[in-house]
Design a protein around this ligand. Sequence first.
Ligand code: UDP
Length: 241
Amino acid sequence: EQPRPGYKRIVFKPSGEALAGESGKGLDGETLDATASEIIDLRQNLGVDVAVVVGGGNFWRGRQGSMTGMDPTQSDHIGMLGTVMNALALQDALERQGQETRVQSAIEMPRIAEAYIRRRAVRHLEKGRVVIFAAGTGNPFFTTDTAAALRAAEIEAEVLIKGTHSGVDGVYSADPRTDDTATKYDEVSYMEVMTKDLKVMDATAIAFCRDNDIPIVVFDMSKPGSLRSIVQGGDEGTLVR
Ligand code: UDP
């Protein structure tokens, strides 16, 4: 195994729950502020270009609607709008702590956010702004994990860092909450993730990262400072490459 590199441009993907309180639902001021300050630390103290793709599971998941008979596309549209709410809340938390930001939405909403324009996003990063990508890919049947992978490829980020709130600090051979033979991977290949169906991201997102050579780090966000450590080449979580 090669030692882990440090990174100068990242896509950070906090799950929707990373912005919610204990219940995992809605938005929570303290959680938002804590997530914002970890992002700001990377930007202002380490000089890292940070683009954030926000999840939306704290408001709505597409499959939630389909279970009750809702049209799946309609349900996914609701899900994407949830990510816009998260983006605006995170933007507010970042700006209150003095960090300049821009929100770019994959679904045009000119009154509240810029449209996603790749060149413009890169320019914002170069100027030291944190860019928050909202509305996922803009398409139903996708996830914000896929959106994060896609944006990482587009802006030439060196890594996709996925913060979960599962209480599980990386990728395991089985679910460590129910299986005590489960062991944690420090590093694992895309292929192994796919063939063993390891819980990292959905299959579309993993395949995309493999095809475009985007490494992924998965970690648990409940321990403060983990994100900083990963960006500096520390061995938190699991590296998929
Ligand atoms: N979604 C979508 N297309 C996308 C990204 C997201 O339709 O490109 C919808 C989908 O319904 C999804 C919801 O938005 O369930 C919330 O995103 P996700 O489940 O990825 O959020 P997370 O699990 O990261 O909180």
